[in-house]
Design a protein around this ligand. Structure first.
Ligand code: DX5
Ligand code: ZN
Length: 216
């Protein structure tokens, strides 16, 4: 069963309550929240106070994707703001194992995100400890970009690694997910699809979420 995680980056920030109500009434499994610091990525999005408010508007798991440097400084704050999952970027963690432990010790699911240029093989010695691997299928920083096709090969390789160690680690795909490529991503081994523009810029977001959910 696939997991669909609409990304609120593409939502109407003036109507966050309505957007959450819509997601609550939909078959969305998680809410994906993109936190950007203008340092790791060339954009700034939203942070703790916004997430605290979103927490009051939904019971669905909040899947927080930290595109920030020094994420270890803020893990407790994001937990207190209501995060259920926290994903940090491989590229900014000098002590990834410690960071993963820090997230898990707070009772949250821990994820590691890889930029398009970062090989999945680098996760060999940490994979067993990680709940979620998020593969960026665009360069992080902006919604509405085109899917990078090489991601398919990365899903295939990562799936093999996960099978080899008999792990339950989920593969999450983030960036450029559409109704056209969703089935191929799931067939190849993805478990979670993040979708921003595909959901929020569609005529009927609830229906689009249902279609993504039915894709296979
Ligand atoms: C990009 C973010 C994505 C983004 C996806 O840096 O990590 O989650 O919101 O947006 P779409 O689905 O529009 O490509
Ligand atoms: Zn994201």
């Amino acid at each position: 069963m696939s997991i669909i995680a609409p990304s609120l980056l593409a939502s109407n920030f003036l109507k966050l309550k309505e957007e959450c109500d819509m997601l609550n009434a939909s078959s969305a499994d998680w809410l994906h929240l993109d936190v950007m610091d203008g340092r790791f990525v060339p954009n700034i999005s939203f942070g703790l106070p916004v997430i605290e408010h979103i927490r009051t508007a939904t019971k669905k798991p909040l899947d927080v994707h930290l595109m920030i440097v020094e994420p270890e400084k803020y893990i407790v704050d994001f937990k207190n703001a209501g995060a259920d999952h926290i994903t940090v970027h491989y590229e900014v963690c000098n002590h990834l194992h410690r960071n993963i432990e820090q997230i898990k010790n707070l009772g949250l699911k821990a994820g590691v995100a890889l930029n398009p240029h970062t090989p999945v093989s680098l996760l060999e010695d940490i994979l067993a400890d990680v709940d979620i691997v998020l593969l960026m299928s665009v360069n992080p920083g902006f919604g509405g970009q085109k899917f990078i096709p090489n991601t398919i090969d990365k899903i295939r390789s990562l799936k093999k690694m996960i099978h080899q160690i008999n792990s339950k680690t989920l593969i999450e795909i983030d960036g450029g997910v559409t109704l056209e490529n969703a089935a191929a991503l799931l067939h190849t081994g993805a478990n979670v699809l993040v979708a921003g523009n595909t959901v929020f810029k569609s005529e009927n977001p609830v229906d689009t979420i249902a279609k993504l959910k039915a894709a296979y």
